[in-house]
Design a protein around this ligand. Structure first.
Ligand code: 13P
Length: 248
């Protein structure tokens, strides 16, 4: 299985206005030519329709940050995967640790959402990662393996599914695991994904996320089995996001 092309994904989380989102998307598109990575931006859901024309026809993909597991129904405030597709998204981040924490999302719910996303034609990006207490207890790999086993639905690899390893303690903190720890975790991720998905799991891109910045991107992206990055804060500054992609 060839090494998958690097994916640099921006998770914009809950930031900005419509105008901010369109301007940021335009700046990313403007700087996207010739980069050695695929680019993806994931604005707040309410900004998708406005951002879609800005990325249309460009190499920059558009994604959302969550979806409901049901196709439709009485789910006040929720958004279906089909609605995201209709709004122009081709990707969706699922099971981010902020959603697991803020909304008590379980692995089973994440798997159901991923299946719904795939059924709607979206590529799911399933997030996993340990807390600091779990890492300090020596449980990081076991925790992440358990999350993966519970969160990846059948057909995940064939649908272009992506896994993002984001240690909870590295998100928004400026802290990152050592290169050795990222290397070890990504080796484990690949083994687990191959076990869960079979040979097609070799094509699943494994992203690292958590305080990825222009200054550390080259070292992280050079590690074996790191097939890209899921970027939070630095994705809100076009020059930083593009610099991370350029370091791939
Ligand atoms: P930061 O890059 O701000 O640490 O956020 C990472 C993240 O949570 C991306 O999903």
């Amino acid at each position: 299985m060839p090494v998958p092309r690097t994916l640099i994904a921006g998770n914009w989380k809950m930031h900005g206005t419509v105008a901010d989102a369109v301007a940021l998307a335009r700046a990313v598109v403007a700087g996207s030519a010739g980069l050695p990575a695929d680019l993806l931006i994931c604005p707040p859901v309410v900004h998708l329709l406005a951002v879609a024309p800005a990325v249309s026809g460009s190499a920059v993909g558009l994604g959302a940050q969550d979806c409901h597991a049901a196709g439709k129904g009485a789910h006040t405030g929720d958004v279906s995967a089909g609605m995201l597709r209709d709004a122009g998204a081709a990707w969706v981040i699922l099971g981010h640790s902020e959603r697991r924490a803020d909304h008590a999302e379980t692995d089973a719910q994440v798997a159901a959402k991923a299946a719904a996303a795939m059924a709607a034609g979206l590529c799911p990006i399933v997030c996993v990662g340990e807390t600091l207490a779990q890492r300090e207890a020596g449980e990081a790999e076991a925790v992440v393996a358990g999350q993966l086993a519970g969160s990846l639905p059948p057909g995940f690899a064939e649908a272009g599914g992506v896994v993002a390893y984001e240690p909870v303690w590295a998100i928004g903190t400026g802290l990152t695991p050592t290169e050795g720890d990222i290397r070890a975790m990504h080796a484990r991720l690949r083994a687990e994904v191959l076990g869960l998905c079979g040979p097609a799991g070799g094509g699943v891109r494994l992203l690292y996320g958590g305080s990825v910045k222009p200054g550390n991107a080259a070292a992280i992206l050079a590690l074996p089995e790191v097939n890209g990055a899921l970027v939070g804060g630095a994705a809100l500054v076009a020059a930083d996001f593009l610099a991370i992609a350029a370091a791939a």
